[in-house]
Design a protein around this ligand. Sequence first.
Ligand SMILES: NC(=O)c1ccc[n+]([C@@H]2O[C@H](COP(=O)([O-])OP(=O)(O)OC[C@H]3O[C@@H](n4cnc5c(N)ncnc54)[C@H](O)[C@@H]3O)[C@@H](O)[C@H]2O)c1
Length: 431
Amino acid sequence: MNALLDAREASGRKAYGIAVAGLGYVGLSIAVLLSQHNHVEAVDVVADKVEIVNSGASPIRDKEIEEYLSSRALDLHATTDGAQAYAQADFVVVAAPTNYDPRRNFFDTSYVEQVVERVLSVNPRATIVIKSTVPVGYTEHLCSRYPEGRFVFSPEFLREGHALYDNLHPSRIIVGIPSYARDANGAPVGATVPAGLPEDARRFARLLAQASLDPSVEELVIGSSEAEAIKLFANTYLALRVAYFNELDTYASMKGLETSSIIRGVGLDPRIGPHYNNPSFGYGGYCLPKDTKQLLANYSNVPQNLIQAIVDANRTRKDFIADEIIERVMDLVYSGVSCPIVGIYRLTMKAGSDNFRSSSIQGIMKRVKAKGIPIVVYEPTLDDQRFFGSEVLHDLDVFKDSCDLIVANRWDPDLSDVGHKVFTRDLFGRD
Ligand SMILES: NC(=O)c1ccc[n+]([C@@H]2O[C@H](COP(=O)([O-])OP(=O)(O)OC[C@H]3O[C@@H](n4cnc5c(N)ncnc54)[C@H](O)[C@@H]3O)[C@@H](O)[C@H]2O)c1
C-alpha cells in the first residue's frame, strides 16, 4: 500500500500534489483538468510556454483550455524547474514527445526517459504516470531499467483542438500496471508489483474521472502492455478507416462514380455508420502516421497483412492525389496557361488546427514540387516567408489571384469565390 496516500485519504484530504512534464496538447489539457481539484505544477523546457500559462493564457489553440485558464479557479503553476516540481509530487504525469525515429524504426523515447531520471533523482516515491504514446512493452522495460521507480501507463485519446473537451468528456479512462519488473537477463526483480501501485493506478483513474464532466465514465485498470496496445490499435483502426474511405474515393474517381453517394449508402449500415468517412489526401497529424508505424514495428515476427497495408495505403493515396493534381496542371498547360502555379491552401490537417505536424498535404506538396511545378503556400499560422523552398503568401486575396490551381485538404468557405480553381476531396465539409 502507498501509506502516504492512504493516510492522506483517511484524513479526508483528497487533493494531491501532481506534476505534469510537457505543456503540449496532452500535458496542458491534463494539467488544467487536474488542477480543478489538486495542486498541479506543470513543467516544460520551453520558458515561453511556461510564461504564457502563468499569465492565464494558452500556448495552444483550444477553446476549453483558453477558457479554463483565463476564467476558472485552478490551482496551477507552470515552471521550468522540473526538479523542484517533481520533488513535491504524489503523481508525475509524463507527456513528453515520442517522435518516430525512421532510422531505428521505433519511437524515440529519450524525452520520456529524461523526465523519469529527473523524477527518480529527487523523488523516487512518486508514482510516474506515462501519458506519452509508447511502444508495447515499454512500461515494463522502464521497470527493469529503473527498478526503484513506480510506473503506470495511461493512454491518451484526445483530439488536437479539442484536447480539454475530450478530457472533460472522456470515451474511457485506462490505467495500466506493469505485471512485473525484470532485470537485463529477464529474471524477476524483487516483488512482483511495487507496494500500493495497483491502488495508485485506481486513484489516478478516479482523479481523471472525477475531474471530468462525465464521472461515470468506464475506468479500466489493466496490464500496462495491454494499455499500450490499446492506444496503438485504436489509432491504427482510425487510420484504417481513413484509408478505407480514401481508397473507396480513389476507386470511384477512377471509375467516374459519385463517391459521396457510395459513402452515404455504405454508412447507412448501422455496423458501419455515417461518421469519420470524409475522404482526404491521407491520414496525417502527429499521431496516426507514427502510431501505425510503431504498431507495425511491434508486429515484427508476428504474422500480419493488414497493418502493413494500412501504412502502405496512405502512401498510395498521396501518390494518387499528387497524380490528379499533376494531371490538372497539364490540362491548364494544354489550355494555354504557360506556367501554372499551384497554391497550397493551409498546411494543417483539420479546419481550426494550429499546427501542421506530419500533415498529409506536405507529402502532396513534395510530390508535386518534384515534377518542377511552382508552388505557393497560404498558411495563416506561419510567419515565415518560405516553406521548404516555396513562397508563403500571407494575404489570402493575393494568394487566390496568384494561383491557377488551389489544392485544399479541407474545404473552407473562404474559397467560395474561387471554387472553380479548387482541387479537394473534402466531400462532406467536416474532418
Ligand atoms: N497530440 C495528440 O493529439 C496526442 C494524443 C494522444 C497522445 N499523444 C502523445 O502524447 C505525447 C505528447 O504529445 P503532445 O502532442 O502533447 O506533444 P507536444 O509536442 O505538443 O508537447 C510536448 C511538450 O513536451 C515538452 N518537453 C520536451 N521534453 C521535455 C522535458 N524533458 N521536460 C518537460 N517538458 C518537455 C516540449 O517542450 C513540449 O512543449 C506524445 O507521445 C504523443 O504521441 C498525443
